[in-house]
Write a new protein. Structure first.
Length: 229
């Protein structure tokens, strides 16, 4: 009987410790995301993007890699500049979205409100706090991995182009005088409606930068065709 009691107490202890650790992990991950949304108002980083197609019966999975730089400023201003393997840009001033393809020598201009919706870019640059993010996404904490804290964001609208987004955050030293740490974006993983996965890894993330006023204004190069759908 004593042996059974000791086993029961041990099992209960393990269960409580496991659930306490899981709850603590959840709180930490969501708190990290909340701090990123509140404390990081602008940023700049280099990125590498790997797009992986789903495995199909008639063909193996394929991977495409690209790289470039990324800048953003809340609310809804950003600039993705792809440099390899092709020169392309995606720029938003908060009102309009420009998609520029140097090889095609054309730029497509759309109203931003009709283009972003529940997308990774909107997740980064539009939401100011966790509450506003939860209005658009269902959030679920995932176990820590790769030295990062992970949150899964599933769009509440199920008819969009994005199935889910995984956000990986890491803590870096904050600027004086606080001398603490602040979470920054390290990885974004996006699964689209076709099952294709895009993984963006960010390096050299700089936060709360004061950008020049024209940073998020697209200037159409001479001779480039402008398309307004």
């Amino acid at each position: 009987m004593k042996q059974m009691l000791r086993s029961l107490l041990l099992s209960m202890s393990c269960f409580l410790i496991s659930n306490l650790a899981q709850a603590q992990n959840s709180a930490n991950a969501l708190e990290s995301l909340s701090q990123f949304l509140k404390q990081v108002q602008s940023g700049r980083a280099q990125f590498t993007q790997v797009v992986t197609s789903p495995v199909r019966a008639d063909q193996p999975s394929r991977r495409k890699t690209s790289s470039g730089s990324f800048e953003f400023q809340r609310p809804l201003q950003f600039h993705f500049a792809y440099q390899k393997p092709f020169v392309q840009s995606m720029v938003s001033d908060g009102q309009s979205l420009w998609l520029y393809d140097a090889d095609l020598n054309q730029v497509t201009v759309r109203k931003q409100s009709q283009s972003l919706g529940q997308t990774p870019v909107a997740l980064i640059s539009a939401n100011a706090d966790l509450k506003s993010l939860q209005a658009e996404f269902n959030l679920q904490v995932e176990p820590d991995a790769e030295g990062l804290k992970w949150v899964r964001a599933t769009p509440k609208q199920t008819d969009g182009a994005v199935q889910l987004i995984r956000v990986g955050l890491k803590s870096v030293p904050s600027a004086p005088p606080s001398n603490g740490v602040i979470p920054v974006l390290s990885v974004l993983e996006i699964v689209d409606g076709l099952g294709q996965t895009s993984r963006l890894s960010f390096q050299n993330f700089e936060i709360n930068i004061k950008f020049p006023p024209d940073t998020f204004q697209f200037k159409t190069p001479a001779g480039v065709q402008v398309i307004r759908p």
